[in-house]
Design a protein around this ligand. Structure first.
Ligand code: MN
Length: 214
């Protein structure tokens, strides 16, 4: 059995693929990628807005949910909660997860590109809780680190990490989240994605707004 099939067990368990438009298969997402490991950030308006930070490794996307999103300031540490591995195909997903489904809400492709780990043994870095890497995205670039936070906070089963920008020429005091709010795939805002998905699904959309019906 391919390693990937087992790696995505949690991902599959949480989702009903008859209902959600999210990808089920582990089909490779080629996208704009040429060579290298895929890097993706998805802005996700679920019950709480967060940014899903994903790094390709061993045929899946390692994933962290970042409630406040990434910051370009090296002095800022952003909480990043490790979540279940996602299929590579998820790196191409933008759309609306229906009400009642896991992660219900709107997903935007906020940034993508490739990443390069500083140390070649990523599994060892993860085990040590210290993963340093370079990002080559459209919005996020340069040197970053994910460090595992001290355990024992509350009853959360999900490991807590911190995403930190390292000092280099891409470090900045500007707020990349507000300055670059658009989808890198469609140039839409979250509200546009939500509205257009609703338009597709709603029978009323085909007949025009109710007020104008004869
Ligand atoms: Mn999410």
């Amino acid at each position: 059995m391919p390693k990937q099939a087992n790696a995505l067990k949690d991902y599959r368990k949480k989702r009903n693929f008859a209902v959600t438009p999210e990808p089920e298969a582990s089909a490779l997402y080629e996208g704009e990628r040429q060579n290298g490991l895929l890097y993706v950030v998805q802005k996700h308006a679920a019950s709480h807005l967060h940014y899903d930070f994903r790094l390709e490794w061993n045929g899946v996307l390692l994933s962290w949910a970042i409630p406040k999103g990434p910051s370009l300031r090296p002095s800022v540490r952003r909480l990043a909660v490790r979540t279940e591995d996602h299929p590579l195909a998820y790196g191409g997903f933008e759309g609306v997860i229906p009400d009642g489904e896991y992660g219900a809400g709107t997903v935007m492709l906020w940034d993508t590109g490739i990443w390069i780990p500083k140390e070649p043994d990523v599994d060892a870095s993860l085990q040590q809780g210290d993963l340093k890497f370079e990002l080559f995205g459209e919005k996020l670039r340069g040197s970053w680190v994910l460090v595992r936070a001290a355990t024992g906070q509350g009853t959360s089963k999900q490991p807590q990490w911190l995403l930190i920008k390292r000092r280099d020429r891409y470090a900045s005091t500007s707020d990349v989240l507000t300055e670059k709010p658009f989808s890198i795939a469609s140039r839409r805002l979250l509200a546009d994605i939500a509205r257009e998905a609703q338009g597709d699904a709603s029978p009323a959309a085909k007949g025009g707004p109710p007020g104008r019906r004869r």
